[in-house]
Design a protein around this ligand. Structure first.
Ligand code: TEU
Ligand code: CA
Length: 620
């Protein structure tokens, strides 16, 4: 059942966010030369590829996800030549480069859109979605104009923007500067494939595809069902995601743009609002020839209510565990499927803050426990910059006015207006405190804070990220904790989160047959709301006895036992292992409390006692 293996199956891929990784020229903005200067650091960490988040020439409204020219690099980050140098430097260290592909929409400054908006007759008019508005004559004779349908933008408000020049609206699911491309037009598809080949020719190893399941819109763009009668704009993701031709387009893209570069090119889709395993497999099953893998979003959305990401949603540990079990099982390699494992991205907040507790003394424990958790799951491993040093969310003392993300500000403004209307008060009188708590927990700004390479000091306040003058500001606020959380000091401390990630990534490969490709089996009795979560990882039967890689270690099954909570002295009774009653001895392969030196044996039936956020791996 299991499918042909490729380099990306057991790869660890590091997401670098160009604006915040490393600034080389002191302007306070990270850049490609900065990234090139740290390739050794990434090699040493043990990653196989870098996914560079959007770095194309952009209008700068949505941090590069509003692309003006797919064949150019934004001048604030560098040049196309810099990307070529980056590819070469990564290659020297045995690593590859994955680029972002943002083709559901362009920037409104892209040449295609400028032409499209210029006149009704322009040959590129149909490259985007232009529609007449709905006009209504009111009893007093005035005329009101409304967008063509009731879709809500993911960044709030209507998903349509009125353009005076031709008296029509264009569709833009994200910000008004991000018009959606009309993929039904074959010329659009050809142009996109050609831009993809431009990068593949340069040796890019694949693409992370931004909201790729939104590229096919439903015929007639029908209204979304009304779920919230307080607003005219309704969530339309069910209509805009996984539209009628999405699979056809992806198959065509694979054939025309990707396959000519061989089966080593990898694709990972950002497939949002898709939580059924069968729907995910429709994108990723190898025989369908679409994508290699996608991100799934259950954990990403676990704390988001029906009113959007800043709507609080109380979640339980049991839900957390079941979300994991669901995907680990449904997309197992033995079932011919594949998946990704990730906890952070440039769209999330920091996992230590989201899934840990507030006690600073537990911070390192939480970070290591999450490293152990993620690295014992099947799937291509994605690590987001800063996760490897256990960065946490921005300190609440940093005012909202310093936050840069348009999603944060647009959502803030729209929630404030909605509350004012709801309570019949003026905007200034709305109590936004509960919302601020949610921003502190979930804003994208947290992941986008520049990386602290060293501890900051009065003469070097930008923590080694940038040599900008002390009084200057980095493009987005740095966190306040670089004295205790920075790369240089973690590199030299054997018990640091950073060294734990290095250790985990190497163990993950060593036990890859079990941990990456094997089956997942949760231990019943650990699936409730208690802290303990235990699961087996079992190598595929078909792999047993086969010669394995030269460094591979022959452990049959692995048992992971974690405490996801802050309770101390939490007990777990060791299971009997595969052979029922036999008194098996388990040896400790890894322990988040003990680091690399962890050793010792535990018998079946014995109690293991875990401290707050401790995780242990057993083999036998
Ligand atoms: O994200 C898609 C997406 O749906 C996010 O906007 C997500 O809903 C939001 O971040 C939740 O907080 C991709 C990119 O990763 C993101 O950075 C872009 O803003 C977006 O597409 C538009 O291109
Ligand atoms: Ca710079």
């Amino acid at each position: 059942m299991s499918s042909k293996r490729h380099w990306w199956h057991n790869a660890a891929i590091y997401e670098a966010y160009p604006a915040s990784f490393k600034d080389s020229n002191g302007d306070g903005i990270g850049d490609i030369p900065g990234l090139i200067s740290k390739v050794e650091y990434l090699a040493n960490l043990g990653v196989d590829a870098v996914w560079l988040a959007a770095c194309y020439r952009s209008s700068g409204v949505d941090m590069g996800y509003d692309v003006v020219d797919y064949r150019d690099v934004d001048p604030q980050y560098g040049t196309v030549e810099d990307i070529e140098k980056l590819i070469a430097k990564l290659k020297e260290h045995g690593m590859k480069l994955i680029m972002d592909l943002v083709v559901n929409h362009t920037s409104d400054e892209h040449a295609w859109f400028k032409e499209s908006r210029s006149s009704l007759k322009n040959p590129k008019r149909d490259w985007y979605f232009w529609r007449k508005g709905i006009t209504m004559r009111l009893p007093d004779g005035t005329v009101e104009r409304h967008p063509p349908n009731n879709w809500e933008s993911i960044f709030r408000g209507s998903a349509w923007e009125y353009d005076e020049r031709t008296d029509e609206y264009y569709l833009r699911i994200f910000s008004k500067q991000q018009p959606d491309l009309n993929w039904d037009n074959p010329k659009v598809r050809k142009a996109v494939y050609s831009d993809m080949r431009f990068w593949l020719e340069k040796g890019v190893a694949g693409f992370r595809m931004d909201v790729i399941n939104m590229i096919s819109k439903p015929d007639g763009l029908p209204d979304a069902p009304v779920k919230d009668s307080k607003t005219p704009w309704q969530n339309a993701t069910a209509l805009c995601c996984n539209g009628p031709r999405v699979h056809e387009f992806l198959k065509e893209m694979r054939k025309e743009a990707l396959d000519p570069y061989g089966d080593q090119v990898m694709t990972v889709g950002e497939v949002i609002c898709t939580d059924k395993p069968a729907d995910v497999r429709a994108f990723t099953d190898p025989d369908r020839q679409e994508l290699n893998m996608v991100y799934t979003y259950d954990l990403f959305g676990i704390d988001m209510g029906s009113g959007g990401k800043f709507d609080p949603r109380p979640w339980t540990l049991s839900e957390f565990k079941h979300d994991i079990i669901k995907w680990q099982n449904a997309l197992a390699y033995s079932k011919g499927a594949w998946q990704t494992t990730w906890l952070e991205s440039h769209d999330s907040a920091r996992c230590v803050t989201r899934f840990g507790d507030k006690d600073p003394k537990n911070r390192t424990k939480v970070a290591k426990m999450l490293a152990l958790l993620q690295s014992t799951f099947s799937g291509t491993f994605f690590l987001y910059q800063g996760q490897e040093i256990g960065m946490i969310n921005l300190d609440p003392s940093i005012p909202l006015s310093e936050y840069k993300d348009l999603e944060t500000h647009q959502t803030w403004a729209s929630m404030r207006a909605a509350r004012a209307a709801q309570h019949g008060v003026s905007i200034e009188d709305v109590d936004m405190a509960p919302f601020l708590t949610q921003v502190h927990l979930k804003a994208r700004d947290h992941a986008r804070a520049p990386l602290p390479w060293t501890a900051s000091s009065p003469s070097e306040p930008h923590a080694g990220f940038s040599s900008a003058p002390p009084k200057a500001k980095t493009w987005s606020p740095m966190n306040t904790d670089s004295a205790t959380c920075n790369i240089t000091s973690q590199l030299s401390s054997p018990s640091s989160v950073l060294n734990y990630y290095r250790h985990r990534l190497s163990l993950r490969k060593k036990f890859g047959e079990t941990v990456i490709f094997g089956d997942f089996e949760a231990v019943e009795g650990t699936l409730g709301d208690g802290g303990v979560f235990a699961y087996w990882r079992k190598p595929l039967v078909e792999e047993e006895g086969k010669a394995r890689g030269k460094d591979a270690v022959c452990v049959r099954d692995i048992l992971v036992v974690l405490n996801l909570g802050n309770g101390e002295g939490v007990e777990f009774k060791m299971p009997k292992g595969m052979n029922g009653g036999e008194a098996l001895k388990f040896f400790v392969l890894d322990d988040t409390y003990g680091g690399e030196g962890a050793k010792g044996f535990v018998g079946s039936g014995e109690n293991v006692v875990l401290g707050a956020f401790q995780g242990v791996v057993f083999g036998y």
